[in-house]
Design a binder for this molecule. Structure first.
Ligand SMILES: Cc1cc2nc3c(=O)[nH]c(=O)nc-3n(C[C@H](O)[C@H](O)[C@H](O)COP(=O)(O)O)c2cc1C
Length: 180
């Protein structure tokens, strides 16, 4: 699984969610993290000269992953720009690596809604790029300031259980899509 957080700040709650996922993996699952910091803002003129090296790495790492795990921040009731930008780069031909890739999503905010609005927009975007996600379980982490320490490490045991459940569902979903 390739884990991608839709936030660049070091103490990000969403980076913390992806790190926490590495600690609650179901048997047989491995999770690598891709940091979006070096990914440039999408520019068609740049693309016309060839994918920049960080974008090439992102696309290659997605292509070889069996499944993806996104942790999206919520900005103005939608997906964070950095995550949308990464999806945009990865959606471009040739052979867009997002196509038919199994996906699980989650997200954390300091507010009450726990990225629910961002995740519903993210689901819409997924339809367009043919990222295949499942309906349940959903993981909306609200009131994040009470669940993470100052470095952005998840300290809440209940949230950890929800992440574990999401990863189990992702494993089952990935196998189902492969007809296993
Ligand atoms: C431009 C901007 C817009 C935001 N809009 C929302 C929002 O609509 N809903 C929400 O719950 N939090 C919103 N926030 C607060 C973010 O959820 C908060 O900064 C969060 O910590 C970002 O995720 P991170 O911790 O992974 O960086 C917004 C923050 C910024 C900078």
């Amino acid at each position: 699984v390739l884990g991608i957080a839709g936030s660049l700040r070091q103490a990000s709650y969403n980076r913390g969610l992806i790190r926490a996922a590495t600690e609650v993996l179901p048997d047989g699952m491995t999770l690598e993290i891709f940091d979006l910091l070096p990914i440039p803002v999408y520019n068609g003129d740049v693309e016309a000269q060839g994918f920049p090296e960080p974008v090439r790495q992102l696309r290659d790492r997605i292509a070889v992953a069996d499944a993806l795990l996104f942790a999206t921040a919520e900005y103005n009731a939608s997906v964070s720009g950095v995550l949308k930008n990464a999806i945009d780069w990865a959606s471009r031909p040739p052979n867009p690596p997002l196509d038919a890739k199994p996906l699980a999503m989650m997200g954390a905010t300091p507010g009450m809604l726990g990225t629910s609005r961002a995740q519903y927009h993210l689901r819409q975007i997924c339809v367009n790029v043919n990222l295949l996600t499942f309906a349940k379980p959903e993981v909306f982490v609200a009131n994040a300031a009470e669940k993470f320490d100052k470095q952005g490490n998840l300290t809440d045991a209940t949230t950890r259980k929800y992440i574990r459940g999401l990863l189990e569902a992702l494993a089952a979903w990935t196998r189902k899509l492969r007809g296993e």
